[in-house]
Design a protein around this ligand. Structure first.
Ligand code: NAD
Length: 427
């Protein structure tokens, strides 16, 4: 018997990312013809893990923190997905991100299921020693779940290669030998991969160029790009696009944004943001808010910060002709409808930002084989997978006469559903 799905009770805020993920799922699954039991099964996270744990601050006081790890699916392989350190982390956000990881890995053909984790913390409020203690304690709470063959974390918002190094070390100390393949996104000197840091942003730009070609938008020096978010994804995307000759007219982060119609000097802005903690106050441009960045005068918009940024309040005012989603879940379903009606070409997150997990997969393969590739090989294989996935998704969109998000999701859902059917329901 199939039991009807009930929305989770934890919270009901508008644009709850999990409700967004479920709405997208329903939209895509409608086009697929597979058993209701499988359709229902794939809506649920397979496992949800909540941990409450103490961390000693440098002043000797002990504070409690809450963390999560959700495995949405392990049908196609071990679960894979990032860890987020942010005050906005909650169970529904982690559920949504885990589900999107399942579709992302399936879409680009990786032998992984989907997971995500996070700790409710603003890492900027911790000293390095406190961050290390928090990470090691959270990692030790995750030991029953993670391993190279069951669940492999990676960086996401608020976490870094150093955080991955502490997790790898904590796991290795527990089992008694070094296990680099338990996390990806590690520093190079302990088994990281060449090109992993830049992989997500680089992948975003590979996809942007494919879409521009399809839309007959060229040459590069006439295509004005705006990027929201200047962290791992946003900065790598902006720096790479800048190096290819695209004028980057606007960039923002949590401190605000900066606009220059002639194009920003992205390398200088990057150095400035590293030094001052944000892009705000950069002298060679005008200050804009994050909301103004979304609707600024540009040709390509790359949201690369967080969920829900393109919504029913601003979608009608977006001026870009192409949107490439660097962030996960930056567009709400209402905004999707408005953008589709307006004929704006949108490349969805699970395709556009898959470069990160693709190179994470390369890192895992290299760690398991103890055989490391040079950066040219990493980039060559990354490009191959990203371009192939873009054209497969375009083909599906044409075949089903749907937008790219629905096409990407239905391609992925079909692959996971086929695997469920072949494996059967246990027992
Ligand atoms: P990050 O922590 O390195 O950077 C986040 C950026 O967003 C920072 O510049 C921060 O200032 C900015 N930001 C935070 N809150 C903001 C707000 N309210 N308004 C505007 N800007 C804000 O994180 P990241 O790894 O670059 O991740 C960004 C997005 O990309 C997330 O949605 C993440 O899930 C997604 N993503 C990351 C990877 C990866 O490999 N790191 C891979 C795929 C997708």
């Amino acid at each position: 018997m199939v039991v009807a799905y009930q929305a989770p009770k934890e919270q009901h805020k508008i644009e709850n990312p999990y409700q967004v993920a479920l709405a997208q799922y329903d939209r895509a699954a409608r086009h697929l013809n597979f058993e209701d039991s499988i359709k229902e099964y794939l809506k649920y996270p397979q496992r949800e893990f909540t941990v409450n744990f103490p961390v000693r601050r440098d002043n000797g006081q002990v504070e409690m923190f809450t963390g999560y790890r959700v495995h949405h699916s392990t049908v196609l392989g071990p679960s894979k997905g990032g860890l987020r350190y942010s005050l906005a982390v909650d169970l529904d956000e982690v559920r949504a991100l885990a589900m999107w990881m399942t579709w992302k890995c399936a879409l680009v053909g990786l032998p992984y299921g989907g997971a995500k984790g996070g700790v409710v913390v603003d890492p900027k409020t911790l000293t390095t020693a406190e961050l290390e203690r928090l990470t090691r304690r959270y990692a030790s709470e995750l030991i029953p779940l993670i391993s190279p063959h069951s669940d492999i974390p990676a960086p996401d918002m608020g976490t870094t290669p150093q955080v991955m190094a502490w997790i790898m070390d904590t796991y290795s100390m527990t089992v008694g030998y070094s296990v680099p393949a338990v996390v990806t996104g590690k520093p190079l000197n302990i088994g990281g991969s060449q090109g992993r840091n830049e992989a997500t942003g680089r992948g975003v730009i590979i996809i942007m160029e494919e879409a521009l070609q399809q839309l007959n938008m060229y040459p590069a020096n006439t295509i004005r790009v705006a990027v929201q978010g200047f962290g791992n994804v946003g900065s790598a995307a902006a720096l790479h696009a800048h190096s290819l000759g695209y004028p980057i007219v606007a960039i923002s982060d949590v401190t605000g944004g900066v606009y220059n119609a002639k194009g920003l000097d992205v390398e200088r802005l990057y150095a400035y943001a590293q030094e001052t903690g944000g892009v705000r106050g950069f002298p060679d441009g005008d200050y804009i808010t994050n909301e103004e960045l979304i609707t600024c005068d540009c040709d390509v918009l790359i949201p690369a910060a967080m969920e829900g940024q393109l919504n029913e309040r601003n979608a009608a005012h977006i001026r870009a002709k192409l949107i490439v989603e660097g962030a996960n879940g930056p567009t709400t379903p209402d905004a999707d409808d408005i953008l589709n009606d307006r004929g704006i070409h949108l490349v969805p997150d699970i395709l556009a930002n898959a470069g990160g997990v693709v190179v994470s997969y390369f890192e895992w393969v290299q760690d398991l084989q103890s055989f490391f590739w040079d950066v040219d090989e990493v980039y060559r294989q990354l490009e191959r997978i990203m371009r192939k996935s873009y054209y497969a998704t375009e083909g599906t969109a044409e075949k089903h006469n749907v937008d790219l998000r629905t096409a990407a999701q239905l391609t992925a859902i079909q692959r996971v559903a086929d695997a469920v059917k072949t494996r059967g329901f246990y027992p």
